[in-house]
Design a protein around this ligand. Sequence first.
Ligand SMILES: Nc1ncnc2c1ncn2[C@@H]1O[C@H](COP(=O)(O)OP(=O)(O)O)[C@@H](O)[C@H]1O
Ligand SMILES: [Mg+2]
Length: 234
Amino acid sequence: MLKVKNLKTNYGKIQALHGVSINVYKGEIVTIIGANGAGKTTLLNTISGILKSSAGKISFNGTDITNVPAEKIVRAGLVQSPEGRQIFPLLNVEENLQLGAYLRADKERIDEDLRRVHEMFPRLNERRKQLGGTLSGGEQQMLAIGRALMSKPELLLLDEPSLGLSPIFVQQIFEVIREINSQGTTILLVEQNAHVALQTADRGYVIATGQIIMDDDAKALLKHDSVRKAYLGG
Ligand SMILES: Nc1ncnc2c1ncn2[C@@H]1O[C@H](COP(=O)(O)OP(=O)(O)O)[C@@H](O)[C@H]1O
Ligand SMILES: [Mg+2]
């Protein structure tokens, strides 16, 4: 479904991605784990068209999407839930969710998906008139994922969904990620929280200083010595 080949991205003179190649197949949950500053957000932002690559190729469902404008990529079914959530603090929960559907052609099916998001996150239904900025961190993360789902993604990119959440919310969010996947959405997830990411994913990649240094089944990576030492606390 997603094929990234030898991708390079720079911030001015600083090169953040040094030729990254990854594949995501339809139906999978794939995770990319790596330390702070490894290049995870840069990679997702380049895939979703927010940043321009300087070399390499990205294709989605067989179509070249390298350096295609972000909104075209969303329309094609590739949608990112960004790091730090970036919800609209002065809009209420319902308005935030509706904005996720902004680019959709099939407006008649929006209500159906709103119901689906409410089933997945009952709390967003309870708080639908509350301003986004007054939600807790965990609720904002739910809202960001719910908003991404309102764009009807075929492939959902999640940037650090566990960041800043208490353990109980982390478990809840990852249960929902599994649920979204079992309902047919393919998922590419980047995380510093390697433990929960590898427990959730089918396959994983390890990124360090803008390069993929390892890839394997998620269960195998969990057992791998160097992964345990570097990312799982020994
Ligand atoms: N806007 C930016 N300008 C310059 N350098 C940046 C910018 N954003 C990120 N970087 C650098 O690019 C590298 C990768 O960052 P990032 O993709 O945010 O990593 P991660 O998401 O894995 O924490 C880091 O060295 C970071 O300092
Ligand atoms: Mg990041």
